[in-house]
Design a protein around this ligand. Structure first.
Ligand code: GLV
Ligand code: MN
Ligand code: MN
Length: 437
């Protein structure tokens, strides 16, 4: 019996190791069609639950239906296509929302891979007792909250948690759900009896594969992310009449603090730790006004929770050292819930490795993910695996994000081979890479 045991092993007629063939032209057509929703030059602007995102969700549900899946959009905007007539399923997903300035492949790639592979499986009547459920999780990119859709699906967020969320412009998630027409729908939820494992494909969004001349990445783990808002409160005053020694300049305090961070983190961080100030605001922001308040958003990432803890500790101490209520008060809050580093399942890594070695011998490698992914939410609940394909120049979260068509189609075929191998093994056809338990 394989590790995600079916009750009655059945034979899948005519299956061979290479039986599941994806259609590269159809895959690229769907990816390019999805790109048109919110297209902005070579990039895409499709924030979660924006009107163009909502349109794209209806389009995706329609494509899933045409593929033979039972498609629905849940109360928060998650799009889920279920294989009919099965009681167990491998869950494949990613996200189709983008950053405020995003690329066309970040997230979309993995969703359309899932659609294409489900379509190929249905065409070749591959599903017996275990099917493929395909999902686009809403708001991976943190318009309202990081990894919103997958966290809600996994039961981490309840309606009362959702009710207090809003975007940076103050639009509440409740209003966005109502405007999208989703508010009255139920929230979909993970079904432990049905969903046996989670797989996600994604562009790498970095330059490791390219630097090593590799075309496929097998993800070993995903970074944890902690995000902080540091607020500086001084006194707003006239920029011409306030002598330098009497100023309580929140903007200047912010700039000095920001300049110290590299040295501070280098003393405690690991080799692969990263930190980013992604946003700075001065209030009220005018050339003749000394800012009375200033804010920065700071994010730290590492695959080691201990290192993240050290970095956070150093940050907290530095904030305390720089805060002086008589001049500029400095305060720190976590601006979104932290995500813990996640490990990918060894068995699924082995399956992805075997498929990569079969189709692209010696052009694959294992690597950790520096980006966050919905997969990290699933990893504590289901065996979870991820596959990467290269990003040209390592560019992502940018209009310039891109990957060659050859790499896109190779990645989908490797992913499809791994899926079909898992489905085969579930149907009782031996696959020696899969660990039994
Ligand atoms: C995902 O988009 C991330 O910010 O890592
Ligand atoms: Mn992203
Ligand atoms: Mn992504």
């Amino acid at each position: 019996m394989c590790w995600w045991a079916t009750s009655t092993p059945r034979t899948v007629l005519g299956m061979s190791a290479t039986a599941l063939r994806i259609d590269p032209a159809r895959l690229l057509i769907d990816l390019r069609r999805l790109r048109e929703f919110g297209a902005a030059g070579s990039g895409v602007v499709r924030p979660a639950l924006s009107s163009v995102d909502v349109l794209s969700r209806h389009w995706l549900a329609q494509r899933m239906t045409e593929a033979g899946l039972i498609a629905s959009i849940d109360g928060i905007g998650n799009v889920i296509g279920r294989t009919p007539g099965v009681s167990k399923a491998l869950l494949v997903g990613s996200h189709t929302d983008t950053q405020r300035e995003g690329g066309w492949l970040d997230g979309s790639l993995g969703v359309i891979y899932g659609l294409e592979i489900a379509r190929a499986c249905l065409e070749s009547h591959l599903f017996t007792e275990i099917g493929l459920d395909v999902a686009s999780w809403v708001d991976e990119e943190a318009r309202f909250a990081r990894l919103l859709g997958s966290r809600a699906f996994c039961g981490e967020l309840r309606e009362s948690d959702l009710a207090v969320l809003h975007d940076r412009e103050g639009l509440s998630l409740s209003d966005a759900r109502r405007d999208a027409g989703f508010a009255m729908r139920p929230l979909a939820a993970l079904e432990p009896e049905r969903h046996r494992a989670y797989l996600e494909a994604h562009i790498e969004q970095g330059a490791v594969l390219e630097a090593h001349g590799k075309r496929i990445g097998i993800v070993t783990g995903i970074v944890g992310i902690r995000t902080f808002r540091v607020t500086f409160t001084g006194e707003q005053n006239h920029a011409g009449t306030t002598p330098m020694h009497l100023r309580r300049d929140a903007g200047k305090a912010l700039v000095q603090f920001a300049a110290e961070l590299d040295l501070l983190f280098k003393s405690v961080a690991g080799e692969a730790s990263v930190w980013t100030i992604g946003e700075i605001q001065l209030h009220p922001g005018a050339e003749s006004i000394i800012p009375g308040r200033a804010e920065l958003l700071l994010q730290i990432r590492d695959v080691d929770d201990g290192i993240l803890q050290r970095m956070q500790h150093a940050l907290v101490q530095r904030v305390a050292a720089r805060s002086d209520p008589a001049t500029v008060l400095v305060q720190l809050v976590e601006s979104s819930p932290p995500t813990a580093p996640a490990r990918m399942d060894e068995t699924l890594q082995a399956s992805l490795r075997k498929s990569a070695q079969g189709l692209a011998p010696s052009t694959w490698m294992s690597l950790p993910s520096g980006a966050g992914h919905d997969a990290q939410i699933f990893s504590s609940r289901l065996p979870t695996g991820m596959l990467f394909i290269p990003s040209i120049g390592g560019i992502s979260h940018s209009f310039h994000e891109n990957t060659s068509d050859d790499d896109i189609t190779l990645g989908c075929q490797v992913f499809a081979d791994a899926v079909s191998s898992l489905l085969r093994s579930s149907a009782g056809v031996p696959d020696t890479t899969l660990i039994q338990n």
